[in-house]
Design a protein around this ligand. Sequence first.
Ligand code: AMP
Length: 420
Amino acid sequence: MSTFKAPKGTYDLLPPDSATYLAVREAIAAPLRGSGYGYIETPGFESVELFARGVGESTDIVTKEMYAFETKGGDRLALRPEGTASVLRAALEANLHKAGNLPVKLWYSGSYYRYERPQKGRYRHFSQVGAEAIGAEDPALDAELIILADQAYRSLGLRNFRILLNSLGDKECRPVYREALQTFLRGLDLDEDTLRRAEINPLRVLDDKRESVQKQLGDAPLLRDYLCDACKAYHEEVRELVTAAGVVFEDDPKLVRGLDYYTRTTFEFVHDGLGSQSAVGGGGRYDGLSEMIGGPALPSVGWALGVDRTVLALEAEGVELELPATTSVFAVPLGDEARRVLFAKVTEMRKNGVAADFAYGGKGLKAAMKAANRSGARYALILGERDIEQGVVQLKDLESGEQTAVGMNEIVAELESRLG
Ligand code: AMP
């Protein structure tokens, strides 16, 4: 053990478990790639101001959870706590929205940082795969994203997740609701912090997880009853399109999310096997965000799915992903000459696309065969001095135990054909 440990609230991804994380990222990305989303990568840090304006001054993410710092050059930066603000910033900076083809559809995958109280499913460094469709107001786009997330989870074999759906209204109807909610909240028995929050962003009080707050919210006015006709029609269309795709969701009139930029369609994916950190993903429409960060009006919609919690959800459901074996062939040389000859063969196999590994460190036969079995390889290739003299190599099927001598010049083709 070294003197150092991974920082609090973080953990290392190590083989073999790390393969599951890669497979989850891939499974979430696959439906996006197949639906016109292009890959985007943005820096791990951005100006603090981008998140303050984009995510919201009064959100927990900005007030309590951001890793913010000043650089030697005097810039105020923050490790990214989420992806949407950065992706939109990058799209605006590169004028992607002016290329004439809206919506701009992008997907990303990466690490995010929030200074949260660590617990199972809640980390200070976590991983998300996200998608953003920028610059179009079309209920089919909202529906597309919900359907693609559902498809991703199902392709992984998850079943016990639920989709919660709500509309948060727009700049027409939300202010009216906001006032009604504020009036209601002012009449409750709330601590000072919460009352202050009610003045800045009353919707977020609905998201307060404390029992003492929740039990007072039973009669809170619901946004549903305040939606303007345009928002109502839009939401109805999203619901119909998602339903027609055979994707089941629950209307959740109290669903709000911890980021300020959402408008209209808002959704969350929750998994019932995860205890208190049950949200595996979430997203929605953010029609005002572009203007909030200095861009033109660009109505947009997106989501981010948490990779860590998706892996926990797989564990909770007992789903084991079928991961392709990383090594197909494990080569075992017996002696110096064999090492040179077999190492050259392994290099040739790799060039031909056969995944191969090698018994390094001058191991004896027994230890080397143990390593071969542990590698998960289907075949072992064993080369001894007598084999070299005869121009053959021993090919051992590690499943059946069957061993045959194959000509040195034929072995690569033989393995290619056996491995298909
Ligand atoms: P949010 O940006 O808060 O909507 O988060 C989107 C998804 O990212 C959540 O549904 C989680 O799956 C994941 N996530 C957010 N925060 C954390 C965290 N601290 N630890 C692990 N996963 C997280």
